[in-house]
Design a protein around this ligand. Structure first.
Ligand code: DQA
Length: 161
């Protein structure tokens, strides 16, 4: 099972930027915790951060045929990027969107996420722990898909016998 974690603009500044909203934890620390969880659960994991919309689109496209799941915090692009939304929809890979802050309890322009609408699930407002919850949710989603595919394959084998 392979999960790709994609982090949007300004998340490289976690631990420095607006600590009263995003807390003191650095992105590297969040990723270290996710890596621990992945190792304990035999999950392959890759991390990517970019401040550029096109690079995020490229990274999502690269997941095609490679990753079983995507965990993404598109950050400010959640509220503006049709390109990132279309990329998530195009690859048809289960995707969970994470926001450290509760975007629904902030400015009006943050309340709508264009990207969340094409995701399997959204976790917002529980800080860095949201990424951990996303890992648990994603392993569950992927396991269910794999179990369904195996059952389908078995049923087809039965029909052909
Ligand atoms: C964020 C929320 C966005 O509105 C904001 O632009 C971010 C971070 C969050 O994780 O809470 O950069 O995605």
């Amino acid at each position: 099972m392979k999960i790709v974690v994609i982090q949007g603009p300004n998340l490289n500044m976690l631990g420095v930027r607006e600590q009263h909203i995003y807390g003191p934890m650095k992105l590297e620390e969040i990723h270290a915790q996710m890596k621990n969880f992945a190792e304990q659960n035999e999950i392959e994991i890759e991390f990517f951060q970019s401040n550029l919309e096109g690079e995020i689109v490229d990274r999502i496209q690269e997941c095609l045929g490679d990753a079983h799941g995507i965990i993404i915090n598109p950050a400010a692009y959640s509220h503006t990027s049709i390109a990132i939304r279309d990329a998530i929809a195009a690859v048809e890979i289960p995707t969970i969107e994470v926001h450290l802050s509760n975007i629904h309890a902030r400015e009006d322009f943050r309340k709508k996420s264009l990207t969340a609408e094409v995701c399997a699930g959204v976790i917002a407002g529980v800080g860095p722990f949201g990424y951990h919850l996303a890992m648990i949710g994603m392993t569950q989603i992927i396991s269910e898909i794999q179990a369904m595919q195996e059952a389908q394959a078995q049923a087809e084998q039965g029909q052909n016998a």
